[in-house]
Design a protein around this ligand. Structure first.
Ligand code: FAD
Ligand code: SF4
Length: 480
């Protein structure tokens, strides 16, 4: 039997940095079958327990091997509404692949021998999209009289909307931005998740009756109470964690210092790279510094290098991170891709101050060197600043990607009715995802803090079950 890992083909780094086209290809049928054939079909498949939504990985891989792609699609859809998205962005190296028995046990990132579960999932997800496979309708007449508002169109909101619509509930999604998708649209660049994949999944929701209203801020345009008064029987809050954390250092307000969220939104959502065809320009520096070590930092660095190449600027993008590569929370694949594309990495360094010119534009960054200290609450070794270790780097653009906090527009509009914790995250019953405000449910990053796409979708799925039980128990009382 063929035991060699089959990796998907990737575009050449020197070519792919010239545009925003997708980097990793989908398996061919032959490649998928060869990879699926390596699976040992373990008696106790550890991969399944490591999946946040417990997809029956063993079963869908066996179905691929038998060329039953339709069967494999529906096996995945039992737990995950958007396999073509998760197959592209799931941090499998930290989850299912890491637990696969074929992973060498003594090296955290040596999962190269593991079954490439995420790429197989993508193969099946794309097969489903290409063949217009639709999850079976579970229409329940008792539910068709109810209308539910979903606030936010990220993975949590899309997942709730899809599930409720399958049961025949009328769903309206309200989204602040002018296009739906949340981070899938404005954060993750198209070279990782092409727009047509996201659009295809959103079009499917519209086809099954979900209405999407954009440019609508719940908490401002309308309050939760107003939505209830308009006949919505329940409300789901999937408003994410879209507020950037700040460094709190001198010079952070200089021009050409961007938060990664603003930078990525300008490029991915507002198409800044196509200015003046699109109206949101962006300053493209000659020496770009990115601060942070997560997925957002990797996306910002890889977008920045593309912008430089597209503008015929010699690429110069450097990531500065206060721990070492081992502690970086970004996906290993994205780190490798960033390196291949020419992004430089500086570890154990922390910014102290940004210095501008007389017109207020950033020109230099002062850094301090660090060493690793004791483990912190996240289990990673804490960076400790080394005294008098200052050094200066020239730059003309800085992108700060050090984390995100909950967006509190909605929660602040219902203070006292909806309990939040000290981080501003909404407190829910973890089984039903119901909040302390009756009839209001929540999920995704606004509940768990910065997480992953599949975790947000999983919470959405759980919330849809909670909402359905709630609607059925309310009966006529909430009938619109
Ligand atoms: P979001 O995706 O943030 O969506 C929330 C939506 O709610 C937004 O569209 C927002 O505009 C809208 N909204 C907010 N307030 C209101 C309001 N008052 N009224 C109406 N609408 C409102 N995870 C992975 O698994 N893999 C990755 O590779 C990965 N890469 C990432 C890259 C970046 C740059 C970022 C920022 C995150 C990444 N993540 C990744 C994390 C993942 O994207 C999030 O965990 C996930 O998107 C959270 O989903 P959500 O639905 O809770 O919120
Ligand atoms: Fe297959 Fe690995 Fe899961 Fe075993 S742990 S069933 S080999 S994917």
């Amino acid at each position: 039997m063929d035991r060699e890992v089959i990796l998907p083909r990737e575009r050449e780094p020197s070519l792919r940095i010239e545009d925003f086209g997708e980097v990793v290809s989908c398996y061919t049928e032959e490649e998928a079958i060869r990879e699926a054939s390596r699976c040992l079909q373990c008696k106790e498949p550890l991969c399944i327990n490591s999946c946040p939504v417990n997809i029956d990985i063993k079963k869908f891989i066996a179905q691929i091997k038998k060329r039953d792609y339709k069967g494999a699609y529906f096996t995945i859809r039992e737990k995950n509404n958007f396999p073509s998205i998760c197959g592209r962005v799931c941090p499998a190296e930290y989850r299912c692949r890491k637990s696969c028995v074929l992973t060498k046990k003594d090296d955290t990132f040596a999962d190269k021998k593991a079954i490439q579960i995420n790429f197989l999932e993508r193969f099946i997800g794309d097969y489903g999209v290409r063949n217009n496979l639709e999850a079976t309708s579970l229409k329940d007449e008792r539910l068709s009289k109810f209308k539910v508002a979903v606030v936010g169109s990220g993975p949590a909101g899309l997942s709730v909307a899809g599930e409720l619509a399958r049961y025949g509930v009328k769903v309206v999604i309200f989204e602040t931005l002018h296009k739906p998708g949340g981070v899938l649209r404005y954060g993750i660049p198209p070279f990782r998740l092409p727009e047509e994949i996201l659009d295809g999944e959103i079009d499917y929701l519209k086809k099954i009756g979900v209405k999407i209203i954009c440019s609508f801020i719940v908490g401002r345009t309308k309050t939760l109470e107003e939505l209830f008064n308009e006949g919505f029987s329940a409300i789901f809050l999937g408003v994410g964690a879209g507020v950037p954390s700040l460094l709190g250092i001198k010079g952070e307000n200089l021009s050409n210092v961007y938060s990664a969220n603003e930078f990525l939104t300008r490029v991915n959502l507002m198409k800044a790279y196509r200015f003046p065809d699109y109206h949101t320009p962006i300053n493209i520096g000659r020496r770009i510094i990115v601060i942070g070590g997560g997925n957002t930092a990797m996306d910002a660095a890889r977008v920045a290098i593309r912008l430089q190449v597209m503008n015929k600027i010699t690429p110069s993008v450097s990531v500065f991170y206060r721990r070492t590569e081992k502690e970086m929370p970004a996906r290993r694949l994205e780190i490798e891709h960033a390196k291949e594309e020419g992004v430089k990495f500086n570890f154990l360094v922390q910014p102290k101050e940004f210095i501008g010119d007389k017109d207020g534009f950033v020109k230099r960054a002062v850094f301090l060197k660090c060493r690793l200290g004791e483990e912190d609450s996240s289990g990673r070794r804490r960076p400790v600043v080394i005294k008098d270790s200052d050094f200066i780097e020239d730059c003309d653009l800085i992108i700060v990607a050090i984390g995100l906090k909950p967006n509190q527009v909605v929660t602040k509009s219902v203070l006292g009715k909806l309990d939040i914790n000290k981080e501003g995250e909404i407190i829910v019953n973890p089984n039903t995802m119901e909040t302390t405000f009756r009839g209001v449910f929540a999920g995704g990053d606004i509940v768990g803090g910065e997480g992953t796409v599949i975790e947000a979708m999983g919470m959405g799925k759980r919330a849809s079950r909670g909402i359905i039980s709630y609607l059925l128990s309310c009966g006529e009382k909430f009938s619109p």
